[in-house]
Design a protein around this ligand. Structure first.
Ligand code: BG6
Length: 485
Protein backbone atom coordinates (compact mmCIF):
# COMPACT_ATOMS: atom_id res chain seq x y z
CA UNK A 1 0.00 0.00 0.00
CA UNK A 2 1.36 3.39 -0.92
CA UNK A 3 1.03 6.17 1.64
CA UNK A 4 -0.30 9.40 0.22
CA UNK A 5 0.54 12.87 1.34
CA UNK A 6 -2.19 15.15 0.13
CA UNK A 7 -0.89 18.70 -0.38
CA UNK A 8 -2.50 21.48 1.61
CA UNK A 9 -2.79 25.18 0.80
CA UNK A 10 -0.18 27.43 2.24
CA UNK A 11 -0.81 28.80 5.70
CA UNK A 12 0.28 30.92 8.63
CA UNK A 13 0.00 28.96 11.85
CA UNK A 14 0.16 31.26 14.84
CA UNK A 15 0.97 29.18 17.87
CA UNK A 16 0.00 30.84 21.15
CA UNK A 17 1.74 29.13 24.03
CA UNK A 18 4.67 28.38 21.73
CA UNK A 19 7.11 28.13 24.62
CA UNK A 20 4.92 25.64 26.51
CA UNK A 21 5.15 21.91 27.08
CA UNK A 22 2.49 20.79 24.59
CA UNK A 23 4.05 22.87 21.82
CA UNK A 24 7.41 21.19 22.46
CA UNK A 25 6.05 17.66 22.89
CA UNK A 26 3.39 17.48 20.23
CA UNK A 27 2.63 20.51 18.08
CA UNK A 28 6.09 21.52 16.82
CA UNK A 29 7.29 17.92 16.27
CA UNK A 30 4.06 17.15 14.37
CA UNK A 31 4.52 20.16 12.12
CA UNK A 32 8.10 19.12 11.52
CA UNK A 33 7.09 15.56 10.61
CA UNK A 34 4.57 16.93 8.10
CA UNK A 35 7.38 19.09 6.74
CA UNK A 36 9.53 15.99 6.32
CA UNK A 37 6.61 14.24 4.62
CA UNK A 38 6.56 17.10 2.11
CA UNK A 39 3.15 18.30 3.18
CA UNK A 40 4.09 21.73 4.45
CA UNK A 41 4.30 24.20 1.57
CA UNK A 42 7.60 26.09 1.17
CA UNK A 43 6.01 29.40 2.03
CA UNK A 44 3.93 28.13 4.98
CA UNK A 45 4.95 29.76 8.25
CA UNK A 46 4.86 28.86 11.90
CA UNK A 47 4.72 31.96 14.05
CA UNK A 48 5.35 31.33 17.71
CA UNK A 49 3.56 33.68 20.08
CA UNK A 50 3.96 33.83 23.84
CA UNK A 51 4.63 36.30 26.61
CA UNK A 52 8.41 35.82 26.82
CA UNK A 53 10.57 38.33 25.06
CA UNK A 54 12.77 36.62 22.51
CA UNK A 55 13.82 37.00 18.92
CA UNK A 56 13.43 34.57 16.02
CA UNK A 57 16.87 33.14 16.65
CA UNK A 58 16.11 32.27 20.27
CA UNK A 59 12.75 30.76 19.27
CA UNK A 60 14.35 28.63 16.57
CA UNK A 61 16.79 27.35 19.15
CA UNK A 62 13.87 26.35 21.34
CA UNK A 63 12.14 24.62 18.42
CA UNK A 64 15.37 22.79 17.53
CA UNK A 65 15.60 21.56 21.11
CA UNK A 66 12.01 20.30 21.02
CA UNK A 67 12.71 18.45 17.78
CA UNK A 68 15.85 16.85 19.09
CA UNK A 69 13.95 15.67 22.17
CA UNK A 70 10.70 14.50 20.61
CA UNK A 71 11.42 13.51 17.00
CA UNK A 72 13.01 10.15 16.19
CA UNK A 73 16.66 10.43 15.21
CA UNK A 74 15.99 8.75 11.86
CA UNK A 75 13.82 11.71 10.89
CA UNK A 76 16.34 14.37 11.88
CA UNK A 77 19.17 15.77 9.85
CA UNK A 78 20.64 19.23 10.09
CA UNK A 79 19.68 20.31 6.59
CA UNK A 80 16.01 19.39 7.01
CA UNK A 81 15.83 20.90 10.49
CA UNK A 82 17.40 24.15 9.26
CA UNK A 83 14.94 24.32 6.38
CA UNK A 84 12.03 23.85 8.79
CA UNK A 85 13.41 26.41 11.23
CA UNK A 86 13.67 28.94 8.41
CA UNK A 87 9.86 28.80 8.26
CA UNK A 88 9.52 29.50 12.00
CA UNK A 89 9.51 32.95 13.59
CA UNK A 90 8.40 34.52 16.87
CA UNK A 91 6.45 37.48 18.18
CA UNK A 92 6.04 38.32 21.87
CA UNK A 93 2.34 38.90 22.49
CA UNK A 94 0.57 39.87 25.68
CA UNK A 95 -2.74 38.01 25.88
CA UNK A 96 -4.13 40.40 28.49
CA UNK A 97 -2.63 43.67 27.19
CA UNK A 98 -1.75 45.55 24.01
CA UNK A 99 1.83 44.37 23.56
CA UNK A 100 2.67 42.64 20.30
CA UNK A 101 -0.70 42.80 18.56
CA UNK A 102 0.33 45.42 15.99
CA UNK A 103 3.44 43.38 15.12
CA UNK A 104 1.32 40.25 14.81
CA UNK A 105 -1.13 41.99 12.52
CA UNK A 106 1.70 43.26 10.34
CA UNK A 107 3.28 39.86 10.00
CA UNK A 108 0.34 37.55 9.21
CA UNK A 109 -0.93 37.30 5.66
CA UNK A 110 -4.58 37.92 4.93
CA UNK A 111 -4.71 35.99 1.69
CA UNK A 112 -3.69 32.60 3.14
CA UNK A 113 -5.24 30.25 5.66
CA UNK A 114 -4.57 31.56 9.15
CA UNK A 115 -4.72 29.07 11.96
CA UNK A 116 -4.59 30.49 15.48
CA UNK A 117 -3.63 27.69 17.80
CA UNK A 118 -4.44 28.30 21.48
CA UNK A 119 -2.12 26.01 23.39
CA UNK A 120 -2.70 28.08 26.51
CA UNK A 121 -4.75 28.04 29.72
CA UNK A 122 -8.50 28.13 28.95
CA UNK A 123 -8.79 31.39 30.89
CA UNK A 124 -6.92 33.02 27.99
CA UNK A 125 -9.18 31.67 25.21
CA UNK A 126 -11.69 34.52 25.49
CA UNK A 127 -9.17 37.40 25.79
CA UNK A 128 -7.05 36.06 22.91
CA UNK A 129 -10.05 35.54 20.62
CA UNK A 130 -11.31 39.01 21.42
CA UNK A 131 -7.95 40.65 20.68
CA UNK A 132 -7.57 38.77 17.42
CA UNK A 133 -10.92 40.17 16.36
CA UNK A 134 -10.58 43.72 17.69
CA UNK A 135 -7.12 44.10 16.17
CA UNK A 136 -8.47 43.01 12.81
CA UNK A 137 -6.18 39.97 12.67
CA UNK A 138 -8.86 37.30 12.39
CA UNK A 139 -10.77 37.20 9.14
CA UNK A 140 -12.94 34.83 7.14
CA UNK A 141 -10.25 32.28 6.34
CA UNK A 142 -9.05 32.22 9.94
CA UNK A 143 -9.35 29.10 12.04
CA UNK A 144 -9.12 28.79 15.74
CA UNK A 145 -7.73 25.67 17.41
CA UNK A 146 -8.31 25.16 21.12
CA UNK A 147 -6.81 22.55 23.37
CA UNK A 148 -8.46 20.75 26.23
CA UNK A 149 -9.52 21.13 28.97
CA UNK A 150 -12.57 22.77 27.44
CA UNK A 151 -14.14 23.77 30.74
CA UNK A 152 -14.33 21.96 34.02
CA UNK A 153 -18.11 21.63 34.03
CA UNK A 154 -21.14 22.64 31.97
CA UNK A 155 -21.17 26.24 33.19
CA UNK A 156 -17.50 26.89 32.37
CA UNK A 157 -17.78 25.15 29.00
CA UNK A 158 -20.79 27.30 28.13
CA UNK A 159 -18.86 30.40 29.09
CA UNK A 160 -15.89 29.37 26.92
CA UNK A 161 -18.21 28.64 24.00
CA UNK A 162 -19.85 32.03 24.40
CA UNK A 163 -16.47 33.80 24.65
CA UNK A 164 -15.24 32.17 21.46
CA UNK A 165 -18.56 32.71 19.66
CA UNK A 166 -18.25 36.45 20.32
CA UNK A 167 -15.28 36.56 17.93
CA UNK A 168 -15.40 33.42 15.79
CA UNK A 169 -18.07 31.46 13.98
CA UNK A 170 -18.58 27.82 15.06
CA UNK A 171 -17.38 26.75 11.58
CA UNK A 172 -14.01 28.34 12.39
CA UNK A 173 -13.53 26.66 15.78
CA UNK A 174 -11.54 23.42 16.08
CA UNK A 175 -11.78 21.89 19.58
CA UNK A 176 -9.07 19.26 19.79
CA UNK A 177 -9.61 15.85 21.28
CA UNK A 178 -6.43 14.20 20.12
CA UNK A 179 -7.94 10.71 20.51
CA UNK A 180 -10.00 11.46 17.40
CA UNK A 181 -6.77 11.84 15.43
CA UNK A 182 -5.57 8.37 16.35
CA UNK A 183 -5.43 6.07 13.36
CA UNK A 184 -7.51 3.30 14.92
CA UNK A 185 -10.27 5.65 15.94
CA UNK A 186 -10.75 6.70 12.35
CA UNK A 187 -10.48 3.08 11.33
CA UNK A 188 -13.31 2.22 13.66
CA UNK A 189 -15.55 4.31 11.41
CA UNK A 190 -14.05 2.83 8.26
CA UNK A 191 -14.60 -0.70 9.53
CA UNK A 192 -18.11 -0.05 10.75
CA UNK A 193 -19.36 1.88 7.76
CA UNK A 194 -17.63 0.36 4.77
CA UNK A 195 -18.04 -3.33 5.48
CA UNK A 196 -21.38 -5.02 5.24
CA UNK A 197 -20.22 -7.55 7.81
CA UNK A 198 -20.60 -5.59 11.01
CA UNK A 199 -23.59 -3.29 10.76
CA UNK A 200 -26.31 -6.01 10.86
CA UNK A 201 -24.76 -7.36 14.08
CA UNK A 202 -23.94 -4.01 15.67
CA UNK A 203 -26.77 -3.87 18.20
CA UNK A 204 -28.14 -5.25 21.43
CA UNK A 205 -29.37 -8.40 19.72
CA UNK A 206 -25.87 -9.65 18.95
CA UNK A 207 -23.54 -7.65 21.19
CA UNK A 208 -23.39 -8.67 24.83
CA UNK A 209 -21.42 -5.66 25.99
CA UNK A 210 -18.67 -3.25 25.01
CA UNK A 211 -15.65 -2.45 27.15
CA UNK A 212 -13.40 0.51 26.67
CA UNK A 213 -10.06 0.64 28.47
CA UNK A 214 -7.46 3.41 28.48
CA UNK A 215 -4.76 2.27 30.89
CA UNK A 216 -1.55 4.18 31.49
CA UNK A 217 1.50 3.11 33.49
CA UNK A 218 2.67 6.59 34.43
CA UNK A 219 1.50 8.56 37.43
CA UNK A 220 0.55 12.20 37.67
CA UNK A 221 3.89 13.39 39.06
CA UNK A 222 4.90 16.65 37.42
CA UNK A 223 1.36 17.70 36.61
CA UNK A 224 -0.28 16.89 39.94
CA UNK A 225 -1.46 20.49 40.37
CA UNK A 226 -3.65 20.34 37.26
CA UNK A 227 -4.62 16.72 37.70
CA UNK A 228 -5.79 17.06 41.28
CA UNK A 229 -8.46 19.56 40.23
CA UNK A 230 -9.44 17.34 37.36
CA UNK A 231 -9.21 13.61 38.13
CA UNK A 232 -9.75 10.79 35.66
CA UNK A 233 -13.37 11.75 35.09
CA UNK A 234 -12.63 15.22 33.75
CA UNK A 235 -9.21 14.45 32.31
CA UNK A 236 -10.13 11.33 30.34
CA UNK A 237 -13.77 10.24 30.54
CA UNK A 238 -15.64 13.43 29.66
CA UNK A 239 -13.61 13.77 26.48
CA UNK A 240 -11.46 10.89 25.22
CA UNK A 241 -13.46 7.90 26.46
CA UNK A 242 -16.72 9.63 25.65
CA UNK A 243 -15.56 10.11 22.07
CA UNK A 244 -14.61 6.44 21.79
CA UNK A 245 -18.00 5.45 23.15
CA UNK A 246 -19.78 7.74 20.70
CA UNK A 247 -17.97 6.43 17.64
CA UNK A 248 -18.71 2.86 18.71
CA UNK A 249 -22.35 3.48 19.51
CA UNK A 250 -23.50 6.09 16.99
CA UNK A 251 -25.81 5.51 14.05
CA UNK A 252 -24.22 5.67 10.60
CA UNK A 253 -24.24 9.31 9.53
CA UNK A 254 -25.73 10.00 6.10
CA UNK A 255 -22.38 11.31 4.85
CA UNK A 256 -18.89 11.67 6.29
CA UNK A 257 -19.49 15.32 6.78
CA UNK A 258 -18.48 17.16 9.97
CA UNK A 259 -21.94 18.12 11.07
CA UNK A 260 -23.65 14.87 10.07
CA UNK A 261 -21.07 12.93 12.08
CA UNK A 262 -21.21 15.23 15.07
CA UNK A 263 -25.02 15.16 15.07
CA UNK A 264 -24.85 11.39 15.48
CA UNK A 265 -22.31 11.57 18.30
CA UNK A 266 -24.43 14.15 20.06
CA UNK A 267 -27.47 11.85 19.91
CA UNK A 268 -25.47 9.14 21.68
CA UNK A 269 -24.40 11.46 24.50
CA UNK A 270 -27.98 12.59 24.95
CA UNK A 271 -29.12 8.97 25.18
CA UNK A 272 -26.70 8.05 27.98
CA UNK A 273 -28.42 7.01 31.20
CA UNK A 274 -27.49 8.88 34.35
CA UNK A 275 -25.09 6.84 36.48
CA UNK A 276 -25.85 5.92 40.07
CA UNK A 277 -23.20 5.20 42.76
CA UNK A 278 -23.39 1.42 42.34
CA UNK A 279 -22.32 1.66 38.72
CA UNK A 280 -19.15 3.62 39.22
CA UNK A 281 -15.89 2.92 41.05
CA UNK A 282 -13.15 5.42 41.74
CA UNK A 283 -9.61 4.55 42.70
CA UNK A 284 -6.41 6.22 43.81
CA UNK A 285 -2.99 4.57 43.51
CA UNK A 286 -1.06 3.68 46.64
CA UNK A 287 2.65 4.10 47.27
CA UNK A 288 5.10 1.30 46.56
CA UNK A 289 8.52 0.82 48.14
CA UNK A 290 10.01 2.91 45.37
CA UNK A 291 7.22 5.04 43.90
CA UNK A 292 5.12 7.72 45.58
CA UNK A 293 1.37 7.45 46.07
CA UNK A 294 -1.12 9.59 44.19
CA UNK A 295 -1.46 11.80 47.26
CA UNK A 296 2.29 12.42 47.26
CA UNK A 297 2.39 13.02 43.50
CA UNK A 298 -0.48 15.48 43.79
CA UNK A 299 1.08 17.05 46.89
CA UNK A 300 -2.32 17.10 48.52
CA UNK A 301 -2.64 14.88 51.62
CA UNK A 302 -6.44 15.30 51.71
CA UNK A 303 -6.99 14.64 48.04
CA UNK A 304 -10.14 12.72 47.15
CA UNK A 305 -9.39 12.97 43.43
CA UNK A 306 -9.56 9.73 41.45
CA UNK A 307 -6.60 8.53 39.42
CA UNK A 308 -8.76 5.63 38.21
CA UNK A 309 -12.40 5.29 37.33
CA UNK A 310 -14.52 2.40 36.07
CA UNK A 311 -18.19 2.56 35.22
CA UNK A 312 -21.12 0.82 33.64
CA UNK A 313 -23.13 2.95 31.25
CA UNK A 314 -26.51 2.25 29.73
CA UNK A 315 -27.64 3.82 26.46
CA UNK A 316 -31.36 4.31 26.16
CA UNK A 317 -32.05 3.86 22.48
CA UNK A 318 -33.28 1.02 20.29
CA UNK A 319 -29.82 -0.09 19.24
CA UNK A 320 -28.26 -0.42 22.68
CA UNK A 321 -31.02 -0.72 25.27
CA UNK A 322 -29.74 -3.96 26.83
CA UNK A 323 -26.06 -3.72 25.95
CA UNK A 324 -24.01 -2.08 28.68
CA UNK A 325 -20.83 -0.16 27.94
CA UNK A 326 -18.12 -0.59 30.58
CA UNK A 327 -15.42 2.08 30.69
CA UNK A 328 -12.24 2.19 32.73
CA UNK A 329 -9.20 4.40 32.73
CA UNK A 330 -6.42 5.05 35.18
CA UNK A 331 -2.88 6.06 35.90
CA UNK A 332 -0.18 3.74 37.22
CA UNK A 333 -1.89 0.68 35.82
CA UNK A 334 -0.19 -2.47 34.53
CA UNK A 335 0.83 -1.03 31.20
CA UNK A 336 -0.07 1.33 28.40
CA UNK A 337 -3.06 -0.16 26.68
CA UNK A 338 -6.04 1.48 25.02
CA UNK A 339 -8.66 -0.64 23.40
CA UNK A 340 -12.31 -1.03 22.62
CA UNK A 341 -13.60 -4.57 22.99
CA UNK A 342 -16.90 -5.46 21.37
CA UNK A 343 -18.04 -8.70 22.95
CA UNK A 344 -20.58 -10.52 20.81
CA UNK A 345 -23.11 -12.93 22.28
CA UNK A 346 -22.74 -16.66 22.13
CA UNK A 347 -24.49 -18.61 19.41
CA UNK A 348 -28.11 -19.25 20.45
CA UNK A 349 -27.55 -22.99 20.32
CA UNK A 350 -24.36 -24.98 20.08
CA UNK A 351 -24.27 -28.25 18.18
CA UNK A 352 -20.84 -28.91 19.70
CA UNK A 353 -20.03 -29.70 23.27
CA UNK A 354 -19.30 -26.47 25.06
CA UNK A 355 -15.99 -25.98 26.81
CA UNK A 356 -15.65 -23.98 29.94
CA UNK A 357 -14.37 -21.05 28.00
CA UNK A 358 -16.70 -18.82 26.06
CA UNK A 359 -16.36 -19.08 22.30
CA UNK A 360 -18.26 -15.92 21.56
CA UNK A 361 -16.71 -13.63 18.97
CA UNK A 362 -14.80 -10.60 20.11
CA UNK A 363 -13.81 -7.62 18.02
CA UNK A 364 -10.87 -5.80 19.60
CA UNK A 365 -9.98 -2.36 18.36
CA UNK A 366 -6.50 -1.48 19.66
CA UNK A 367 -5.62 2.18 19.84
CA UNK A 368 -2.22 1.61 21.38
CA UNK A 369 0.19 -0.02 21.36
CA UNK A 370 0.26 -1.93 18.03
CA UNK A 371 -2.65 -0.08 16.51
CA UNK A 372 -4.97 -2.48 14.78
CA UNK A 373 -7.97 -4.72 15.17
CA UNK A 374 -8.58 -8.36 15.67
CA UNK A 375 -11.66 -10.45 15.46
CA UNK A 376 -11.68 -13.69 17.37
CA UNK A 377 -13.44 -16.51 15.58
CA UNK A 378 -14.04 -20.07 16.66
CA UNK A 379 -12.55 -22.85 14.59
CA UNK A 380 -11.83 -26.50 15.03
CA UNK A 381 -8.51 -27.29 16.60
CA UNK A 382 -6.51 -29.06 13.89
CA UNK A 383 -5.87 -32.79 14.21
CA UNK A 384 -7.72 -35.90 15.16
CA UNK A 385 -9.51 -36.38 18.46
CA UNK A 386 -12.95 -35.03 17.81
CA UNK A 387 -14.40 -31.56 17.49
CA UNK A 388 -12.31 -29.46 19.83
CA UNK A 389 -13.01 -25.79 19.33
CA UNK A 390 -10.57 -22.94 19.77
CA UNK A 391 -10.79 -19.19 19.48
CA UNK A 392 -8.23 -17.71 17.11
CA UNK A 393 -7.71 -14.08 16.13
CA UNK A 394 -8.10 -12.75 12.62
CA UNK A 395 -5.45 -10.13 13.17
CA UNK A 396 -5.09 -6.87 11.32
CA UNK A 397 -2.23 -4.89 12.77
CA UNK A 398 -2.11 -1.67 10.79
CA UNK A 399 1.66 -1.49 10.68
CA UNK A 400 1.71 -4.91 8.94
CA UNK A 401 -1.14 -4.04 6.63
CA UNK A 402 0.48 -0.80 5.54
CA UNK A 403 3.62 -2.16 3.95
CA UNK A 404 6.17 -4.94 4.04
CA UNK A 405 8.28 -3.18 6.64
CA UNK A 406 5.40 -1.55 8.41
CA UNK A 407 5.13 2.21 7.95
CA UNK A 408 5.19 4.62 10.79
CA UNK A 409 1.70 5.61 11.78
CA UNK A 410 1.53 9.42 12.04
CA UNK A 411 0.88 10.99 15.41
CA UNK A 412 -2.71 12.09 15.99
CA UNK A 413 -1.60 15.72 16.03
CA UNK A 414 -0.14 15.52 12.53
CA UNK A 415 -3.48 14.47 11.12
CA UNK A 416 -5.45 16.97 13.16
CA UNK A 417 -3.28 20.01 12.39
CA UNK A 418 -3.45 19.27 8.68
CA UNK A 419 -7.23 18.89 8.95
CA UNK A 420 -7.35 22.39 10.42
CA UNK A 421 -5.42 23.75 7.45
CA UNK A 422 -7.74 21.87 5.07
CA UNK A 423 -10.76 23.26 6.91
CA UNK A 424 -12.11 19.84 7.84
CA UNK A 425 -13.89 19.84 11.22
CA UNK A 426 -14.95 16.18 11.15
CA UNK A 427 -12.51 15.06 13.84
CA UNK A 428 -13.07 18.03 16.15
CA UNK A 429 -15.70 18.49 18.80
CA UNK A 430 -18.58 20.84 18.25
CA UNK A 431 -19.63 23.22 21.02
CA UNK A 432 -22.96 21.50 21.72
CA UNK A 433 -21.26 18.11 21.88
CA UNK A 434 -18.84 19.29 24.57
CA UNK A 435 -21.69 20.83 26.53
CA UNK A 436 -23.75 17.64 26.32
CA UNK A 437 -20.77 15.63 27.60
CA UNK A 438 -20.44 17.97 30.59
CA UNK A 439 -24.19 17.87 31.22
CA UNK A 440 -23.88 14.09 31.64
CA UNK A 441 -20.64 14.26 33.66
CA UNK A 442 -21.57 17.05 36.08
CA UNK A 443 -24.14 15.17 38.22
CA UNK A 444 -21.68 12.29 38.69
CA UNK A 445 -18.96 14.59 40.00
CA UNK A 446 -21.44 16.60 42.06
CA UNK A 447 -22.68 13.43 43.75
CA UNK A 448 -19.09 12.49 44.71
CA UNK A 449 -18.46 15.91 46.10
CA UNK A 450 -21.67 15.80 48.12
CA UNK A 451 -20.96 12.37 49.54
CA UNK A 452 -17.30 13.19 50.16
CA UNK A 453 -16.29 9.61 49.30
CA UNK A 454 -12.66 8.62 49.23
CA UNK A 455 -11.55 6.68 46.16
CA UNK A 456 -10.58 3.03 46.70
CA UNK A 457 -6.81 2.56 47.03
CA UNK A 458 -5.19 0.35 44.39
CA UNK A 459 -1.79 -1.17 43.87
CA UNK A 460 0.45 0.41 41.29
CA UNK A 461 0.97 -1.78 38.25
CA UNK A 462 -2.44 -3.43 38.70
CA UNK A 463 -5.69 -3.17 36.78
CA UNK A 464 -7.25 -0.91 39.40
CA UNK A 465 -9.13 -1.57 42.64
CA UNK A 466 -10.89 -4.89 43.34
CA UNK A 467 -14.21 -3.04 43.35
CA UNK A 468 -13.77 -2.33 39.63
CA UNK A 469 -13.49 -6.05 38.94
CA UNK A 470 -16.63 -6.63 40.97
CA UNK A 471 -18.48 -4.10 38.81
CA UNK A 472 -18.37 -6.60 35.97
CA UNK A 473 -18.34 -9.85 37.96
CA UNK A 474 -21.72 -9.09 39.44
CA UNK A 475 -23.09 -9.05 35.86
CA UNK A 476 -21.39 -12.36 35.09
CA UNK A 477 -18.80 -10.64 32.91
CA UNK A 478 -15.15 -9.77 33.26
CA UNK A 479 -12.70 -7.16 32.09
CA UNK A 480 -10.17 -8.18 29.54
CA UNK A 481 -6.92 -9.09 31.20
CA UNK A 482 -4.42 -6.25 30.81
CA UNK A 483 -1.61 -8.78 30.59
CA UNK A 484 1.91 -8.37 31.88
CA UNK A 485 3.81 -5.15 32.35
C1 BG6 B 1 -4.36 13.72 27.84
C2 BG6 B 1 -4.53 13.59 29.32
O1 BG6 B 1 -5.43 14.41 27.27
O2 BG6 B 1 -4.27 12.41 27.27
C3 BG6 B 1 -3.39 12.80 29.94
O3 BG6 B 1 -4.58 14.88 29.90
C4 BG6 B 1 -3.24 11.47 29.24
O4 BG6 B 1 -3.61 12.60 31.33
C5 BG6 B 1 -3.17 11.65 27.73
O5 BG6 B 1 -2.07 10.85 29.73
C6 BG6 B 1 -3.19 10.31 27.02
O6 BG6 B 1 -2.93 10.51 25.65
P1 BG6 B 1 -2.11 9.46 24.81
O7 BG6 B 1 -2.21 9.95 23.40
O8 BG6 B 1 -0.74 9.46 25.34
O9 BG6 B 1 -2.81 8.16 25.02
Amino acid sequence: MVSRTIPVDTFDLILFGATGDLAARKILPSLYRRFVAGQMPDDARVIGAARSDMDDKAFRKLVAKALSTYVAESKRDKKTIDAFLAQCSYIAVDAMGDGGWAELKASVRDEVVKAFYFSVAPSLFGPLAERLRSNGIACENSRLVVEKPFGTDLATAKKLNADLAASFDETQIYRIDHFLGKETVQNLMAVRFSNVLFEPLWNERYIDHVQITVAEPMGVGGRGGYYDTSGAMRDMVQNHLMQLLCLTAMEPPATFDPDRLRDEKLKVIRALDPIGPKDIVRGQYKATDTAPSYIEDAENPDSKTESFVAMKIGISNWRWKHTPFYLRTGKRMTKRLSEIVVQFKETPHSIFERDEESKANTLTIRLQPDEGMDLSVTIKEPGPGGMRLVNVPLDMTFADALGPNGEEIPDAYERLIMDVIRGNQTLFMRGDEVEAAWAWTDPIIEAWTERGDRPHPYTQGSSGPEEALALMHRDGRRWRDLGEE
